[in-house]
Write a protein that binds this ligand. Structure first.
Ligand SMILES: Cc1cc2nc3c(=O)[nH]c(=O)nc-3n(C[C@H](O)[C@H](O)[C@H](O)COP(=O)(O)OP(=O)(O)OC[C@H]3O[C@@H](n4cnc5c(N)ncnc54)[C@H](O)[C@@H]3O)c2cc1C
Length: 385
């Protein structure tokens, strides 16, 4: 049985673990966070990614967790209504679509449950029948030879694997170790994003509010039966300098940049200061000529982050996981397990889909991409080749 180490237990890593587990591989996921990493707002499963969810057996559960927005209001800087819609929202697009918008936390948990069926979840634990998850650890070195990869970890003893997958997000450690520094591949889109939770002190009921004032703005919407708010602040600017990327400094920068905004901003900034979970990052795309190097391959944001501006990061991760799992399974049965053939097939099949979806983030600098572009991009691949 081929052993595969997957670095990162987000959407891409958990989906791949579930898909490889069903295809005769023994996947281990190593996740840096101490448990499944929560946080973030709602993400979208669209087009072909819905088929991946169906094949994974998680479509119905994902549908049951979908957000249930009735519409949205767009406000000017003083909180005055500019327009409202009951047909679409900025976060999810058309409300009558079959696509699923659900909280990132919920999707990761659903995929994790699927990946560990018959197995177990442990802290630096032992083998199970499903995928093995190791929390609170990370890869520190990769040494490849003809037969495998020797992986060193922050905590666990070094261990050999047949293959290593970097599914560890925008700031991937596997990418840095196997392909070189992030700066070579990162394309900053000129915006920052900060997402956090608060009690629903605005009393919103299945309704989104979006406020824009110059180069900054925010979206606020209720989740979890209207008991909580998810707030996303966005503002223009260059990436933070090296010394200001720790969580405390990030919060301070966000508060500075949003302080001039009016309406409910002071209460939202108070909520930011008290929030237990703040996801803060730049809007950045990762663009690479190759996603594999020897026995190491990249998946999801690690290899081809499209940025939240595209609205397609989660669907790319799910579809990418399916294409990679199929390519590896084919190689196992057809070409003596040659991972090179599998990685070539994965790159050739997925790249046009990735490029179309990355383009959504830059198509319209003032807002979301046109509906027709999203329709085309989300369906631009067939799972069966
Ligand atoms: C906390 C969080 C909140 C997010 N919120 C949003 C959002 O609101 N809207 C949106 O569009 N996108 C959001 N994203 C990004 C979105 O999840 C991805 O674009 C998309 O789902 C692709 O998923 P991914 O698995 O490739 O990357 P991610 O979902 O980023 O998952 C990467 C995983 O790898 C882990 N990791 C990172 N470094 C290491 C390491 N060195 N070793 C081991 N594990 C590591 C991370 O903890 C994370 O669990 C968020 C990501 C995170 C991590």
């Amino acid at each position: 049985m081929k052993t595969v180490l997957i670095s990162g237990g987000g959407i891409a890593g958990t989906a791949l673990a579930a898909l490889l587990g069903c295809r005769g591989f023994a996947p281990t996921v190593v996740e840096r966070a101490p448990g499944l990493r929560g946080g973030g707002q709602a993400v979208d499963v669209r087009g072909v990614a819905l088929e991946v969810a169906e094949r994974l057996g998680v479509l119905e559960r994902a549908r049951a967790h979908r957000t249930r927005m009735r519409g949205m209001t767009v406000l000017d800087g003083d909180g005055q209504e500019l327009y409202r819609s009951t047909e679409s929202t900025i976060s999810s697009g058309r409300l009558d679509s079959d696509d699923i918008e659900l909280l990132r936390d919920d999707l990761v948990r659903i995929l994790h449950d699927r990946a560990t069926e018959g197995g177990g979840t442990e802290r630096r634990g032992t083998e199970g029948r499903g995928a093995r998850f190791v929390f609170g650890d990370g890869v520190t070195a990769l040494d490849q030879d003809e037969d495998g990869v020797r992986v060193s970890f922050e905590h666990a003893e070094p261990r050999r694997y047949d293959l290593v997958v970097g599914a560890d997000g925008l700031h991937s450690a596997v990418r840095r170790l196997a392909f070189g520094p992030e700066e070579r591949y990162a394309h900053h889109l000129g915006m920052h994003l900060a997402i956090f939770s608060a009690d629903n002190f605005l009393g919103l009921e299945d309704w989104q509010l979006w406020l824009r004032d110059g180069e900054a703005g925010y979206g606020v919407y209720p989740v979890r039966d209207n008991t909580e708010l998810r707030i996303s602040f966005g503002f223009a600017g260059e990436p933070l300098p090296e010394g200001r990327r720790d969580p405390q400094s990030q919060r301070a920068v966000v508060a500075e940049r949003m302080a001039a905004l009016r309406w409910e901003t002071p209460r939202l900034l108070k909520a930011l200061a008290e929030a237990p979970d703040v996801y803060c990052d730049t809007m950045t795309q990762i663009r690479m000529d190759r996603w594999s190097h020897g026995r190491v391959v990249l998946l999801g944001d690690a290899g081809y982050c499209a940025s939240p501006l595209s609205g397609q990061g989660t669907s790319l991760a799910l579809v990418g996981a399916h294409v990679l799992a199929d390519a590896l399974a084919d190689a196992l049965t057809r070409s003596d397990g040659d991972h090179r053939a599998a990685f070539t097939a994965y790159e050739e099949r997925l790249r046009p889909f990735v490029e179309l979806n990355q383009a959504l983030a830059t198509e319209n600098p003032g807002g979301p991409a046109a509906e027709e572009s999203v329709e085309r991009a989300k369906n631009a691949i067939s799972l069966d080749g």
